[in-house]
Design a protein around this ligand. Structure first.
Ligand SMILES: Nc1ncnc2c1ncn2[C@@H]1O[C@H](COP(=O)(O)OP(=O)(O)O)[C@@H](O)[C@H]1O
Ligand SMILES: O=C(OP(=O)(O)O)[C@H](O)COP(=O)(O)O
Length: 403
């Protein structure tokens, strides 16, 4: 059981600062609707039913990425879920934001601009340091309480996650409470047969430490995506290099090389790496190459069909399977085979299964897989796999300390 207070403990009619996570895929500049919007709309609906005034904080993307965009579209999508207007304020704690906050009243919902566009949110630092930022010092006194609902960002020590609850009366929202309860319960489960983790995606910092932390309890790690290529590079294959315009590999290699090499040496027998990879052929179609034949000039977008077969075989003989991160760029149909085939094998298998990640969970609906074939689909990725290790989530810790 968590020891944080929830929104059920709030007196009605408060002025609330609510941190949600509606970080979403962006395709050709268009923000894609998904589970995160639907789930946070439930929290907001419950808050409005208790006559609170709700100011929402959220982020989108990371500086420098093409998914780093304004939250104006997010306000419209949230509004569609709520069946009412959500006012977008193109400012976070400047004059325009303060005027909107000072004017807002019971029953109002407004969404402030992408917190990662304002000074103070980044980089990660101790909660006490984030609480001292101008951002927190300016907004905190204007509200009665803070609601932490962004479980999927609870592993980041950013101002909107840890700074506000450090200095405000703080409560957990419905998403925070639900995700925390479910993921903590999963961590406490034990399984008689093999446990497999399928790890892919782009965020090495969230997945590689998990391999190290769970290396003694998980039986097989099937690796793909950027993570898989970084491990292949450890084995001397010429993959996992940035091509022009991409910043996916080299800085992650510099940051995590030591850990990757250590994990590789320690858990060699449990690690399953791609034996073939897919790329865009000269005719624009999907082409595949054995890892022995890769060259560093070629960007790879999926695991190959032999790898898919091996991974599907591993998951179909597992008692439990945990997925975080896609095995390829599934948003492009040519490179969806790895992600979709392995998810289908999990859906068909008689196993306990969890699929997590803001992007990865989306592949389930995008490719008409049936959500009910999985034991759980989490809207969190990095936070959920970290929760499985038992390591603390700073965004949960601060809510517990605030109680
Ligand atoms: N080889 C690859 N190159 C570039 N991107 C990849 C590759 N493989 C997977 N991806 C991308 O990884 C993304 C999901 O990873 P990530 O954001 O880390 O996970 P999630 O949001 O699901 O937790 C997908 O959107 C997919 O396009
Ligand atoms: O999408 C998110 O995490 P996820 O990719 O682990 O699902 C969260 O919004 C956190 O975003 P971040 O990884 O840019 O800090």
């Amino acid at each position: 059981m968590s020891s944080f207070r929830t929104i059920d403990n709030l007196e009605p009619g408060r002025r609330l600062l609510v941190r949600i996570d509606v970080n979403a895929p962006v395709e050709d500049g268009v923000v894609q609707d998904g589970r995160r919007f639907a789930r946070h709309a439930e929290t907001i609906r419950d808050l409005l039913a208790d006559d609170h005034a709700v100011a929402l904080l959220a982020h989108q993307g990371r500086p420098g990425r093409d998914t780093f965009v304004s939250l104006d579209q997010h306000a419209d999508i949230l509004g569609d879920h709520l069946g009412r207007e959500v006012d977008f304020v193109p400012d976070t704690y400047g004059e325009e934001a303060l005027a909107a906050i000072d004017a807002f009243d019971s029953g109002d919902v407004l969404l402030l601009e992408n917190v990662r566009m304002c000074d103070g949110e980044l980089p990660e630092a101790d909660p006490g340091v984030k609480a001292e930022t101008e951002f927190v010092r300016t907004l905190a006194p204007r509200f009665d309480a803070y609601v932490g609902d962004a479980y999927s960002t609870a592993h980041r020590s950013h101002a909107s996650i840890v700074g506000f609850p450090r200095v405000m009366d703080a409560y957990a929202g419905r998403v925070m409470e639900g995700e925390y309860t479910a993921n903590t319960a999963i961590r406490e489960r034990s399984f008689d047969g093999p446990v497999t983790m399928v790890l892919g995606g782009t965020k090495a910092e969230d997945t590689i430490p998990v391999v190290e932390r769970l290396g003694d309890t998980v039986d097989r790690f099937c690796l793909g995506g950027i993570v898989g290529e970084l491990f292949l590079r450890t084995e001397g294959y010429d993959v996992g290099y940035d091509v022009e315009g991409s910043e996916l590999f080299d800085h992650q290699w510099d940051d995590h090389r030591e850990t990757i090499e250590r994990v590789h040496d320690s858990y060699d027998e449990k690690l399953f790496l791609p034996t073939d990879l897919a790329f865009e052929g000269a005719d624009g179609e999907r082409a595949e190459v054995d890892v022995e034949g890769v060259t560093k000039e070629t960007p790879f977008f999926d695991v190959g069909s032999e790898t898919v077969e091996r991974y599907a075989d591993r998951v179909s003989t597992s008692e439990a399977v945990f997925v975080k991160g896609a095995l390829g760029v599934f948003e492009d149909e040519r490179f969806a085979d790895g992600t979709v085939a392995v998810l289908s094998a999990i859906a068909d298998a008689d196993c306990f299964s969890v699929v997590g990640g803001g992007d990865t969970a989306r592949s389930i609906s995008a490719y008409d897989l049936d959500e009910s074939d999985f034991s759980r689909v989490s809207i969190a990725g990095g936070a959920y796999v970290r929760a499985l290790t038992g390591d603390p989530l700073v965004g949960v810790d601060v809510l517990e300390s605030a109680s």
